[in-house]
Structure formats: C-alpha cells, structure tokens
Design a protein around this ligand. Sequence first.
Ligand code: SF4
Ligand code: SF4
Length: 485
Amino acid sequence: MPVLVILTRYNCKRVFKVNLSSIILDLKEMLDAERYSRDTLLTQYKAIYKVIYKNYRHHDISLLLSLKIINMLVGKYERIKKKIIIQNRPYGLVVDPANGCNLHCPSCVHSLSQTEFDWPNGLLTDESYNNFLNIYAPYACYVFLYNYGEPFLNPLTPAFIKKSKDYLLNVIISSNLSIPHLNCRSIVESRLDTLIVSLDGASQEVYSKYRRNGNIDIVFDNIRSLVSEKEKTGSTRPYIIWQYLVFEHNSHEINKAKKIASDIGVNELYLAKPFAVSWDDPNILVKENFDDENIVFKNRIYHINEDIETLLKRKETISDFSMFNNLIPIQSCGNNISNYNEECNFLYTTITMDANNRILPCCAAPTNTHQLVFDHFSGNNYSYNNDFFIDARKNTYIMSGQETSYSHPYCYYCSYKGAGLFDTAPRLREFLSDIKSTKLHKYIDINIIDENKCINTKIKKQPKIISFLRAIGHKIKNCYKLLIC
Ligand code: SF4
Ligand code: SF4
C-alpha cells in the first residue's frame, strides 16, 4: 500500500506520513453506511493514485496528478449539487502578467474612448505570482496568462510560464504580438503550450482599423521568429493559433490571410465571430452570417509526459509542495441549494487575478457600477470561499436584468450562463487525455468533465458516480484534518 509523504512549505523538516490504507478503510465504512456499490467505487478510488504511480513510479508526481484529478471530480460534484461553500479549488487559473496594453482596441478596457472601466496599469511581480501558484497551482489543470493586457509587456512572463510548468499546468497566452524586440527564444524555451495571436487582417491598413496602434509587420516578424526558434530547438511548442476576428471591414482579406497562415508556419488559423464592439465604435461591425472556422495546418501535440520528465530531472522541485495544506477551509460545507436556476460555471471552476493582485470571479472587468473585485491577494489568503464568492454563488441570477448596485457582487445582475469564455470541458478533456496513456480512462468516465452531460443526463443516470464524488469530497476533508497539525 503506498504511503503519501507530505512536506510542509512552512517547515520543511516536518514530514507527515499518511497511510493510504487508513484513508481507504474510512472510505469503505462510509460507502457501507451509504449502501453504495462499495467494491466498484473503492476500486475506482484506489485506482487513480495507483495507476498513475504505476506509470510514473514517482510518489510526488502521482500525488500531484491525483490531486488535480480528485480536485476536479470534487468540483464537478460541488457544481452539480450547487453548493455555495465549495470544497474544490479552482481548476482553471486566469492571471494577468500586465494590466497595460500597447494597443487600444474598441470595447477593451484600453480603448481610448472608454473611461468607466476600473483597470489601473500595473505589472505582476515574481513574488506575487509564486505565492499565487503555491496556493492554487497544485490543484489546477491550466492557467490562462492573460485577460486584459499584453502579457509580453512584462519581461518576467517567460519566467512565469516556466514556473507554471513546474506545477504541470497547461499554459495558454493570448498576445497581440505587436511587440518590437520580443525575445522569441525565451518564449519557446519556457515551454508555453498555446499562443493565440490576435491578428485581424492581412494588411496594415485593414488590421489597424480594429487593432489600433498595432504594427502588422512586427507581428509577422515575431511569428516568423517563433516558428524559426521552434525549428532550431526541435520544439513543437507553443502551438500557435492565428486568431482572426471577422468584421465587415476585414472579411475581404480572409483568403489572403489563409495563404499567409499556411506559408508562415502557424499551427492553426481561427476565424472567429467576435462580440459586438459597435457600442464603442459604430464603424466597426461584426460580419453578419459568419460561422467560426478553424483551419489546422499542424496538429497539436500534448506534452504532459515531457513536462514530467523535465521535472524529474530537476530533483529539487515537487517535493516541497504542501499539496494538501489548507485544502479545505475550516468552514461548514453542507449546504445543498436546489432552488436556484443555473449558476455561472466561473464561480466553480476558475479564479482570476490581475497584475495588481486583485481577485476577480471571471474575465469581466470591474467598473464604477460593476463590483467584481472580490479580494486582494496578499500572498497567502485563499479567496474562493470568502463572503463575495459565497454571496455570488448564492445570488446569481436572482436580480438578473435589474439596475446594478455596487454594494453587491455584479453576479447578482449578470445574466451570463454557460461554460465561460474559456470552455473548460475541452481543456480538461485535453488535460486528462494526455494522462490517458496511464490507462486512467478505465477508471474515470471522461464524460463527467462535460458540464452539460454532467448536469443534464449522464450523471443522473450514474448514481454510482455521484456517490463516488461525494465520498471523495468527504475523504479529502478528513485528509485535511490529518494534515493541519
Ligand atoms: S490587444 Fe487585447 S488587451 Fe490590448 S487593447 Fe486590444 S483587446 Fe485590449
Ligand atoms: S455570474 Fe457573471 S459576473 Fe459573476 S462570475 Fe459569472 S460571468 Fe462573471
């Protein structure tokens, strides 16, 4: 029976040993008491750690991956049960390395005609990002290192990516890439997984109508340099997506863009229907009757095993994670709210921090009337169950459509429904399918990561999975009690 060895971050000399057999015994009793199919569930539970361990032969790697998976499963359970105080940590992170941008696109917080957004400039510090990762990253599967700002304006961004990879996070960046003297080698060496390049046109005149202050020649030069660095180093990362937002003014350049995209070496051209921006600039109109189109030139390759090999070569990493430390905030978690319509997935899956350490619930920007600053990250505060998050989960959609008041979280009035701008199900599916080589898929029904299937059909038809998730939730709570001494 494997023994889990946990080193605490605060005092590395103290080593806590938790015998997995005792955890499993507790689980067995619980399952007996609840009259579930004990053997099936027990097998699944044990299998997560064991299968991963069998493949990687490394306790800490197996712990880290098991922790991410267990956290995700608990999260799914909490979401289905519509809990208000939740036991899982967010499995998607959104962090802005820079709050500023060199461009001024209409409708963005950096549009020169917008004054109501509360988005002060700032650069994320090394210390703040490291502390944030320490608390959230062991449980998370991916990090979006962008929201409202140009990530590569912060010279530390390649170092942030590298640090994120130490926690086996899938890292995604979106950039305008209109950055002179960009250090493309450091980006390729950082092992960034995905780079989305915002480039909506094939000529300077058309491109700069929306990407104000952007220089298309610099963007193309940077793409060429990145592709060349990938070739020189033999790296398949980053997967480069040319994202082309299709407006009335640039749709005639789509064919030209397709030709350039295939020549220049991007992996994919994504022709996307944008949100309306005419409320900010009436001359910029979204192309009518246009459906999104993806043209893939070179397929994506997944890298988790490569990331693990890199970690294993660097022996100092991983073992100093306090993976279970503070996993469950000491608060009651028994609420079972069933009379709300739909809650926003962001509040269960994602946490956002801007470059000034403000904690936000999603990718929306605060304004004078939109209360979206839920906390300030001070280096060690866990915000996901603070009063704002609890209030937001409790009240989402109750007052939808009413005039907003700054005294409540904006979620009170927000009518957004869905998986979020960053569709979590495909991301999680990708993440899990990369570990799938470990035969983990035999034990975890990959469909449970799909929000809709989860809530509408699949889970309802699988009471065993529900009880499995519940059992794991209780189990983690007990684990925490063992470890906070
Ligand atoms: S490039 Fe992005 S962050 Fe910068 S102004 Fe445009 S939309 Fe905003
Ligand atoms: S309810 Fe609206 S404002 Fe609140 S987290 Fe979800 S999308 Fe953001």
